[in-house]
Write a protein that binds this ligand. Structure first.
Ligand code: KIV
Ligand code: ZN
Length: 398
């Protein structure tokens, strides 16, 4: 095995294996208001490590003493995952990132620079100066650490010829993962795929490295763009739990992982994630970040496995596959939730009452059903306690 293959072992040995790079603790935490404490970061990192995340981006060590301490502590505790620290394209940042990750069993330095015309204006570097900077900084990182990832920030708005030139420079300087960020969530699925395909075709040395995709969700296309990149040959997806991240967030880990699992028939790629831990991770990140998960969020929303309409509930009771493409147990939920409300039908009411210990003859059910509908017209959602009260009133002849 080459050095590069060893660093990214699963993907290197299995061409269909996609590495999951979680950046909840770095890009996710950058979300305004999502700051986490040291202990909370350790708890999240331990769960990500346990659930099979391949690479954990633990933070941005130069950003603060707190970030440095958290990345270092996560690196010291990690059991399986590669632990990565972010650094801008300068030796001070890179040295600090290395100090923080060096004690990990499998450390990685991730260094980046904005390459689009807008970013070149900000850094006031000519294209030649930028290429020199990339060569120098990636080489410096590589002198410290075997495993170096490099990102051209705003790649999707960088001229293609310049993007090829900088990617080639980073590969020559020793980067083994090249991440292609859609920093402002601007790309679309076909373009995302074409960009990865173009880089793989045009850049000398591309066959020896892993391309990563890092998408933001400004137009709601982060998951689609990430999957399109995988279909074009990217083998690392950068994502966060619940899609936490700046502005509209990053690609959601639970979405890409479950999409690859559920639609393996048309996307024959695998991840190492134990999907049964997804709900636990979602709840933990929501609790510590203070960012609640929207009710209808794909995969982990409160309503993702909830059914209220009579037709859906009836279908679910007969065969869960009628209205569910994944099983709640696959993400760590115990069961589908039949929500009782004004759209529910008799079959669901009978089933729900059965769960609560009531077995009703048809004529009794008909009577309770009328009372239930009247209640549901007054109340948005009917809880188990409401049904028990309804049964008690019915028995008392109220
Ligand atoms: O979105 C982005 O460009 C980033 C880089 C630092 C990789 O998060
Ligand atoms: Zn980002």
């Amino acid at each position: 095995m080459t050095d590069i293959a060893k660093q990214a072992a699963p993907a290197a040995t299995d061409p269909g294996r996609v590495l999951i790079f979680d950046t909840t603790l770095r890009d996710g935490e950058q979300s305004p208001g999502a700051t986490m404490t040291h202990e909370e970061k350790l708890e999240i990192a331990a769960l990500l490590d346990d659930m099979g995340v391949d690479i954990i981006e633990a933070g941005f060590p130069i950003a603060s003493e707190g970030d440095f301490a958290a990345v270092k502590a996560i690196a010291e505790r990690a059991k399986n995952a590669v632990i990565c620290g972010l650094a801008r394209a300068n030796p001070t940042d890179i040295d600090r990132a290395w100090e923080a990750v060096r004690h990990a069993g499998r450390p990685r330095i991730h260094t980046f620079i904005g390459t689009s015309p807008l970013h070149r204006d900000i850094t006031r570097l000519t294209t030649d100066q930028m290429v020199e900077r990339i060569h120098a900084t990636v080489s410096h990182a590589r002198d410290l650490c075997e495993n170096v990832q490099w990102s051209p920030m705003d790649a999707t708005r960088t001229e293609h010829d310049f993007l090829c030139r900088v990617v080639e420079t980073a590969i020559r300087a020793g980067a083994s993962t090249i991440n292609i960020p859609d920093t402002v969530g601007y790309t679309a699925p076909r373009e995302s795929a074409e960009l990865i395909a173009m880089l793989r075709r045009e850049v000398p040395g591309a066959e020896a490295i892993i391309f990563a995709t890092h998408c933001h969700n400004d137009l709601g296309m982060a998951t689609a763009n990430s999957l399109a990149a995988v279909e074009a040959g990217a083998r690392q997806i950068e994502c966060t739990i619940n899609g936490l991240g700046e502005r509209a967030g990053n690609t959601a880990l639970e979405e890409v992982v479950m999409a690859l699992k559920v639609r393996h028939d048309i996307m024959p790629y695998t991840t190492g994630i134990d999907t049964r831990r997804i709900m636990q991770a979602s709840r933990l990140v929501a609790a510590v970040s203070g960012f609640p998960v929207q009710y209808n969020k794909a995969v982990v929303g409160k309503n993702a496995f909830a059914h209220e309409s009579g037709i859906h509930q009836d279908g679910m009771l007969k065969n869960a596959e009628t209205f569910e493409i994944m099983r709640p147990e696959d993400i760590g939920l115990s069961a589908t939730n039949l929500v009782m409300g004004k759209h529910s039908g008799r079959a669901a009411l009978r089933a729900k009452l059965g769960e609560l210990g009531y077995t009703l003859a048809d004529n009794q059910l008909a009577d309770v059903f009328v009372r239930f509908k009247a209640l549901a017209d007054r109340k948005k959602e009917i809880y188990d306690e409401d049904l028990v009260a309804l049964m008690t009133d019915t028995a008392a002849g109220a």
